[in-house]
Design a protein around this ligand. Structure first.
Ligand code: SAM
Length: 217
């Protein structure tokens, strides 16, 4: 048992299962992915605490509960192609990599992307492709996607991303102001693909999406 295993189990029990996340696959994966590898050495003691943490470049690794909530909303069964906007530390990417078939992740800050790549390789997450750039445009060559997750907040639903969601696909995205937003889940209808169901998953606070569908730096 690695020395952080107990902390991970406690994190899942109190912060995630304790807040009504019920998808067994999500709970199991969050018990195994070593979150402490994705934070700065000086913050390792806080890696399993109930909050986001700074990762440099004025960005953050999301709170474990938010990672669980967004992942559960994607309803992953194992065969999906997933698009992630905002690789950040790569922690959410690693969770997706263990739950889906392929993950395409876009990060605008090159140094974060290359740090994440190294950790993901160390964890054998070879089903992840990372690209540096403005994720607002999505990843056209690889579209459509069964699931899309945006881990930076947009002022409105990013239309290029919505267009890359396959029939039956799920998308989670924080939309709102620069300080507070609402986390939304969009589901594209299988029977009538022009129809999108919109669900409110609650209030949240994300760093800003910077780019075409976001804010200026
Ligand atoms: N999920 C990440 C994790 O677990 O570490 C947290 C990501 S952090 C909250 C949001 C990330 O989105 C930041 O790394 C930021 O640089 C990135 N970002 C912001 N705007 C972006 C854009 N237009 N395209 C790609 N990445 C973007």
């Amino acid at each position: 048992m690695d020395r952080y295993k107990k902390q991970r189990i406690r994190m899942v029990e109190t912060q995630i299962r304790g807040r009504s996340i019920r998808d067994d696959r999500v709970l199991k994966v969050m018990e195994t992915v070593p979150r402490h590898l994705f934070v700065d050495e000086g913050l390792i003691n806080q890696a399993y605490s109930d909050n986001p943490l700074p990762i440099g470049e004025r960005q953050t690794i999301s709170q474990p509960y938010i990672v669980a909530l967004m992942t559960e909303a994607l309803e992953l069964k194992g065969m999906e192609r997933v698009l992630e906007i905002g690789t950040g530390s790569g922690y959410q990417t690693a969770i997706l990599a263990k739950l889906a078939d392929r993950v395409f992740s876009i990060e605008r800050v090159a140094v974060l992307a290359s740090r994440a790549r190294k950790i993901l390789d160390r964890l054998n997450c070879y089903n992840v492709a990372i690209r540096v750039g403005d994720g607002s445009y999505g990843w056209k060559e690889e579209a459509p996607f069964d699931a899309i997750i945006t881990t930076a907040a947009a002022p409105q639903f990013p239309q290029h991303l919505v267009a890359q969601l396959s029939p039956g696909g799920r998308m989670v995205v924080p939309v709102g102001g620069r300080d507070v937003q609402t986390l939304y889940k969009l589901t594209r209808s299988t029977e009538n693909p022009s129809e999108l169901k919109k669900e409110d998953l609650g209030g949240c606070r994300f760093v800003s999406l910077i780019g075409e569908s976001g804010w200026k730096e």
